[in-house]
Design a protein around this ligand. Structure first.
Ligand code: ADP
Ligand code: MG
Length: 463
């Protein structure tokens, strides 16, 4: 059987590449290196020998496993189960091929559902530190996750930047998916929702076929749980508000759960129709405040433990005392201290921490937007890492955020082209002009990019 599979492997790869429109670079990076290991009772095992190890493995599983499974099943004309493992796990699998594959199929289906729901599995209640600043938001979120559509509907969570709103709303989704195999959950940000509306309904030149509009509405109406993050960004977007209003009414009447997050409570939101505001406030509204000292310490200890570190109390206290109003920055400072100590191979002492954080701890300095701020915000917004933005990776997933950084750095800072090139690790400053002009031009014709830039501007300048 392995022979047959080996013989068909090129056909499988062809099928995969053509059927799912995978780019050359993705194909070369992820799929070509895969090696066939075994096939037994319809269980196919592939080895992923990539240098990225477990991180690469998790990624390829999340992104391609389901497609590969289809490609193999279709080409062999037989349904198969598929496992991808690392070379070092290959021995172990020989003994337990069957039970491992059944576990991984279960995980796969959950992982697949998480992905289809647009969720990130890293956000769970287990990793959310509860303190007096967020306990009500946490407990009501958990209650909603346990009994969706039954108690607080909608649940509206509001609070400042970096305080855990996305973490909580996504935890609700992940909890429901893990506990209810048939629940349909959909997470979206109001930005991507708006972009969908703009693409479908806002294009005057090409009339969107009616079926596409129906399909879009069905997608949001056919769910048990709809999670909309950062709803404040629909402000002054009439078309989007109307769509949300209709979807909301439909779901609400069917007792389907709806959860929103926002930076403000409903009645303080501006540019939003009254009828929507009153619906936002129709269920339960809860807030998240800045974390108090104990919660900040608890978060730091948790994150350090996850990274495999136990730091001196005084180092943690120093960080907790200087980063008080944003959990993202709190975590970021801790990560910075840890990574610098790794790079410089130095012990983490209080002086070391002070030194590493000195640029960030500058209370008297006037707040000026820097290219570094922009890159952080853009990376966070697109859910990619800062190092990917500053790399030369060519897929659209990275080139667009990178060009968006170039654009925003030109508009919002007085850095020279050379200085921007430097921060973005580009050799040539002409690349920066190119990126800037490209986004500027795209904004004239592409409403989604225009909307994204608008949102990023708001994120850069929250006041
Ligand atoms: P928001 O959506 O409110 O801007 P996020 O949910 O993105 O904030 O949180 C920012 C970062 O801080 C995330 O990495 C998140 O996991 C973390 N975080 C926020 N609050 C907590 C908490 N109470 N416990 C653990 N991590 C938290
Ligand atoms: Mg958020």
């Amino acid at each position: 059987m392995l022979d047959v599979l080996n013989e068909k492997w090129p056909d499988i790869l062809d099928f995969f590449k053509n059927e799912f429109g995978i780019s050359d670079i993705s194909f070369k990076t992820w799929i070509l290196p895969l090696k066939l290991k075994s096939i037994e009772n319809d269980n196919v095992v592939l080895i992923f020998p990539g240098e990225s190890g477990n991180t690469g493995l998790q990624y390829i599983k999340k992104k391609y496993l389901a497609f590969l499974k289809i490609a193999i099943s279709e080409t062999l004309n037989q349904d198969v189960e598929l496992q991808i493992i690392l070379p070092e796990d290959s021995k172990e699998t020989e003994n337990h091929a069957n039970d491992i594959s059944s576990i991984s199929m279960e995980q796969l289906s959950l992982e697949q559902r998480i992905q289809e729901s647009n969720l990130d599995k890293k956000y769970t209640f287990d990793t959310f530190v509860v303190g007096s600043n967020n306990d009500i938001a946490q407990v009501t979120s958990l209650a909603v996750a346990e009994s969706p559509g039954e108690i607080y509907n909608p649940l509206f969570i509001y609070g400042g930047v970096g305080l855990g709103k996305t973490h909580l709303i996504q935890s609700i989704g992940n909890f429901i998916l893990s506990n209810n195999p048939s629940a349909k959950v959909l997470y979206t940000t109001s930005e991507s929702f708006t972009n969908e509306v703009v693409d479908l309904l806002g294009n005057k030149k090409h009339k969107t076929p009616q079926e596409d509009i129906i399909e879009f509405r069905q997608k949001y109406r056919n769910v048990d749980v709809l999670l909309i993050d950062d709803i404040q960004f629909i402000s002054n977007k009439e078309r989007t508000q109307e769509e949300i209003f209709n979807i909301y009414n439909d779901l609400f009447l069917k007792h389907k759960q709806i959860v929103f997050t926002s930076d403000k409570k409903p009645k303080d939101m501006e540019g939003i129709e009254e009828r929507l505001i009153s619906r936002f406030a129709q269920g339960l509204t809860v807030d998240i405040q800045n974390p108090d000292y104990e919660t900040r310490m608890a978060i730091l200890k948790d994150k350090a433990a996850v990274l495999g570190y136990t730091l001196d109390e005084n180092v943690l206290q120093y960080i907790a005392n200087h980063f008080t109003s944003n959990v993202r920055e709190l975590e970021g400072s801790l990560t910075r201290v840890i990574s610098f100590s790794k790079i410089e191979r130095r012990e983490i002492s209080i002086d070391f921490a002070k030194d590493v954080l000195k640029d960030l701890v500058s209370p008297n300095q006037e707040e000026k937007i820097t290219c570094e701020n922009i890159i952080d915000i853009v990376a966070d917004h697109y859910q990619i890492s800062v190092s990917d933005i500053c790399s030369s990776k060519k897929s659209r997933e990275f080139t667009i955020p990178r060009q968006v950084c170039m654009y925003l750095c030109r508009v919002y800072t007085d850095y020279s082209l050379e200085a921007i090139a430097d921060v973005l690790k580009k050799d040539n400053h002409a690349t920066i002009s190119y990126g800037y002009n490209k986004i500027k031009k795209d904004m004239e014709t592409d409403d989604s990019i225009k909307n994204t830039i608008e949102i990023l501007k708001k994120k850069l300048n929250p006041k």
